[in-house]
Ligand binder design. Structure first.
Ligand SMILES: *Cc1c(COP(=O)(O)O)cnc(C)c1O
Length: 355
């Protein structure tokens, strides 16, 4: 048995992969693969419609929001969001909580005034900043809900009437959210939803069409809304697999049931990190991510020994990101508690072997 702890592209439910593979060979008895039919065929339009409907249902998206599946990755949204929401004369607030947040800030500055109103860079992004003022004149506040690389997560979003814009790439559908607080949510598929190649966007329609700059057609949310995410050829396979994953979430009790499982998995792993004298985590207790668990060995020289033991147990993808070092266990929705327990057993055995 193999257990996938990769950070992204990442684990997907086995059932989803099987059904996706079948659709690649032949889709819906059409005599063709999903990959060789028109995106305007009624069969594919049904896929897109179901994917959007499932997003709305699972996240309780209010009626005045639109759901889009776009290309370009979450990184394109770093520019596309401010291009559509922020005029040169306006100001937006950003929090700097990691690598992805700082990339969003960099692109945001191209389209308006950007204030970084809080940052945890001084402590290598090991916590989520709190207790800062948010001026009500900001057009929006951009936050990164889960910091995939540093293993921190907003447990609650900033309390403000300023609309939020949020990069939820690595924790979308992992927990319930109140969509009405956000003007825009975006998430690359490849962490918790599907293969790389599509990005989910949930946008409040009334937030659009208010900037004066010309927007290239492909960068204009309004064009994609009008065309039902088919302004150009959409990433058909990533959208299809995302739809299957959303079905899987629904069959498994919806987002709140998934959230409970995610909390159980994360609690089990963090408890072992706390208990085991050989390991520690650099992240602040109250901000620890339930998706990406970063941890280190007190004795760095034993890193290879631990990774080898993980490998033998079938646990893959645990090397930490170079900016934190040590290890990172990504335990997205499709990771089972059983898989997490296999990793915990490797940690316990490591303690015994070295004790
Ligand atoms: C992976 C990731 C991104 C980048 O996603 P791409 O689809 O590769 O552009 C952005 N933000 C967060 C939080 C991520 O985890």
């Amino acid at each position: 048995m193999k257990y996938n702890f990769y950070a992204g592209p990442a684990i997907l439910p086995k059932e989803v992969m099987k059904e996706a593979a079948e659709a690649v060979v032949e889709f819906k008895g059409m005599g063709f693969s999903l990959l060789e039919i028109s995106h305007r065929s009624k069969e594919f339009i049904a896929v897109m419609d179901e994917a959007c409907a499932l997003v709305k249902e699972l996240l309780h998206v209010p009626d005045d929001y639109e759901v889009l599946f776009l290309g370009g990755g979450a990184s394109l949204q770093f520019a596309m969001a401010p291009m559509n929401l922020l005029d040169e004369s306006m100001k937006a607030a950003y929090t700097d909580t990691g690598t992805w947040a700082s990339k969003a800030i960099k692109d945001g500055k191209l389209y308006g005034k950007v204030d970084v109103i809080a940052s945890s860079k001084d402590a290598n992004y090991s916590y989520i900043p709190k207790g800062y003022d948010i001026d009500l004149s900001y057009r929006y506040l951009h936050v990164t809900s889960n910091n995939t690389i540093f293993g921190t997560q907003y447990k609650s979003f900033p309390e403000t009437t300023v609309p939020l814009v949020c990069d939820m790439s690595s924790d979308i559908f992992s927990r319930t959210i109140d969509v009405s607080k956000f003007d825009l949510i975006y998430a690359g598929a490849q962490k918790n939803m599907g293969p790389a190649g599509t990005t989910l966007v949930i946008v409040k329609k009334s937030a659009l069409g208010k900037v004066s700059r010309p927007i290239p057609a492909m960068m204009d949310y309004l064009n994609h809304i009008e065309a039902g995410s088919m302004y150009n050829t959409p990433p058909v396979f990533p959208v299809f697999v995302s739809m299957l994953t959303l079905r899987w979430i629904k069959e498994n009790g919806g987002v709140s049931a998934i959230q409970k499982k995610n909390e159980e998995k994360a609690d089990a792993l963090y408890n072992e990190i706390e208990r085991n004298p050989y390991f520690y985590t650099p992240t602040a207790l109250e901000d620890r991510s339930n998706m990406n668990v970063c941890f280190l060995l007190h004795n760095k020289e034993k890193e290879k020994q631990f990774l080898d033991a993980c490998k033998i147990a079938g646990c893959a993808g645990l090397e930490g990101h170079r900016s934190v070092g040590g290890f990172r266990a990504s335990i997205y929705n499709a990771m089972t508690l059983e898989g997490v327990n296999v990793l915990i057993d490797v940690m316990k055995d490591f303690e015994k072997l070295n004790g």
